[in-house]
Design a protein around this ligand. Sequence first.
Ligand SMILES: Nc1nc(=O)c2c([nH]1)NC[C@@H]1CN(c3ccc(C(=O)N[C@@H](CCC(=O)O)C(=O)O)cc3)CN21
Ligand SMILES: CC(C)C(=O)C(=O)O
Ligand SMILES: [Mg+2]
Length: 348
Amino acid sequence: MSGPGRNPARPHPEGHPVGGSIMASRVTVRTVLEYKEQGRPVVMVTAYDYPFARLADAAGVDMILVGDSLGNVVLGYPATVFVTLDEMVHHTRAARRGVERALLVADMPFLTFHLSVDDALRAAGRLVQEGGAEAVKLEGAGRVLEVVHRLTGAGIPVVGHLGLLPQRVHALGGYRVQGRDEAEARQLLDDAVALEQAGAFALVLEMVPRELAAAISRRLRIPTIGIGAGPDCDGQVLVLHDLLGLTQGRVPRFARRYAELGQIALEALQRYAADVRARAFPTDEHSYHMAAGEAGSRAGDAAGAPAGPGGSRSPAPAGPAGEAPWGGRPAGDASSGDAPADAPYGDR
Ligand SMILES: Nc1nc(=O)c2c([nH]1)NC[C@@H]1CN(c3ccc(C(=O)N[C@@H](CCC(=O)O)C(=O)O)cc3)CN21
Ligand SMILES: CC(C)C(=O)C(=O)O
Ligand SMILES: [Mg+2]
């Protein structure tokens, strides 16, 4: 199966005559490592579909994560352990089509990297080949280290993930801060070093004390990307739906809401429903008319609505309403084919 690749209809703007624009060139594994050397923060956010991946990319986010938080915020599951590899591939493919500049990373879902190293390679291979991911992210260390080593050896860049590991929620007994005591903190630091040595090029730190995250960040050559891990990490990641105010139910305390899109969407839908019930939508502006001179043309004018953009094409020897041969349905119909079909890889 061939992967979707970069959007062929929209060549990325690398090599723009103005040159040198940071936003213009594609983010790679090397870029992310250079950011750490330059002391420049890495910006990461999740996205799970074409429109939001496209918005995140347009905003200049460096890394886009198709996280298995997909399960919670998009699919309505109670935890990430229900997310399947097929679902991750499907959503990674969708996000892929919206991304030009950012580095696209996909989460390896629950149990796809624990059965055997071969199984893990096959699963990651699907995210890369079918989904178009440029890197994969795996939770944990320990026995996962060998998988990280084999994946990087096979040319699949790996992002590590330590601290709160949501795929272990049943074992952890909830979503809580990790590494608060000395022994746990030491273990996390050792795991971080081991992941770097195994070949990971970045490391997500989730819900760990900021002091520990700072120490790990100082210790590693690869960038740490924090979520609930304080401001001293080399980068930050948030779940898109938390950031935009689209999450149903409780949002973790570590997330900042930059918009209330859920509220905006709710109000828009309520206005739409009210308009339909009041027959205030659609109007003639949203309607189509018969060809000029045909029986029943301008049937929609019966109520005296002003002609919209579509109306100008069929000026008005209006027959009385209700004369249409099919029994007086208002002019226009959804299958009229006027709307441009969406190109498979977007229209710009
Ligand atoms: N919407 C969403 N945002 C996330 O950041 C996120 C997900 N979903 N799903 C996958 C994992 C799970 N994560 C979670 C889930 C819950 C808490 C949470 O309830 N935190 C509480 C503190 C709980 C405690 O300390 O006992 C908080 O108020 O931050 C934190 C991270 C992070 N990830
Ligand atoms: C919270 C981030 C790091 C993640 O793993 C996800 O979104 O699934
Ligand atoms: Mg995840």
